[in-house]
Design a protein around this ligand. Structure first.
Ligand SMILES: [Fe+2]
Length: 197
């Protein structure tokens, strides 16, 4: 289950309903999915897609995605570091960017206009869809592995619009051996109010 932190106002959210409402306010869709039958995160693609078939069909239709597939990134992946480098810079897309996490631990940081940064710590079973134009960046935490079901938009979403704000430098995870902490102390910026109601 995701944990959401807003370091600039010292708030942490752990309840799924609260997280869902908070993220919906800033253009991000969040849900927890349970498979119809038990399946390993490392099972073949066909078995995974079958286990989540009902949710995948419904979400694809409701959000008008063209398709879905499985992405599996690890240090063995060609250009892994370069890809991570792209995800780690603040950017936005023209279309929804949606993933259902199978195996990974990482932070999706959302930077809403005129609001403080919202850090979403993701784990297996979390679905996160970042809406068009919403500024964000992603960083892997422990494990250096990312396996997820990726939704594919009707038009090409591979294009990253980088903001070049440099804000991501204020929220870098701190790695200590196998442990990982969500961020170093961010510089104080003046936040506006944010509500979870
Ligand atoms: Fe993105």
């Amino acid at each position: 289950m995701a944990i959401v932190r807003i370091p600039q106002i010292g708030r942490t959210f752990i309840m799924p309903d609260e997280i869902q409402r908070l993220l919906a306010e800033i253009g991000v869709d969040y849900a927890r999915w349970v498979p119809q039958n038990r399946v390993s995160a490392w099972a073949p693609t066909r078995q995974i897609l079958a286990a989540y078939k009902a949710q995948l069909k419904e979400y694809k239709s409701r959000r008008a995605f063209a398709a879905y597939d499985i992405v599996d990134l690890s240090p063995d992946t060609r250009r892994f570091e370069a890809m991570l480098g792209h995800f780690r810079r603040e950017h936005w897309h023209d279309e929804d960017e949606a993933h259902f996490v199978l195996a990974a631990r990482g932070f999706c940081n959302i930077h809403p206009v005129d609001r403080p940064v919202v850090m979403v710590e993701l784990e297996p079973g979390d679905l996160l869809s970042v809406g068009p134009g919403v500024r964000h960046w992603f960083d892997l935490c422990a494990g250096w592995r990312f396996r997820a079901i990726r939704f594919i938009a009707r038009s090409d979403t591979s294009h990253f619009h980088y903001t070049e704000s440099g804000i991501e430098d204020d929220f870098k995870p701190v790695y200590m051996g196998l442990a990982c902490f969500p961020y170093k102390r961010p510089k104080l910026r003046i936040p506006r109010t944010i509500s979870a109601a």
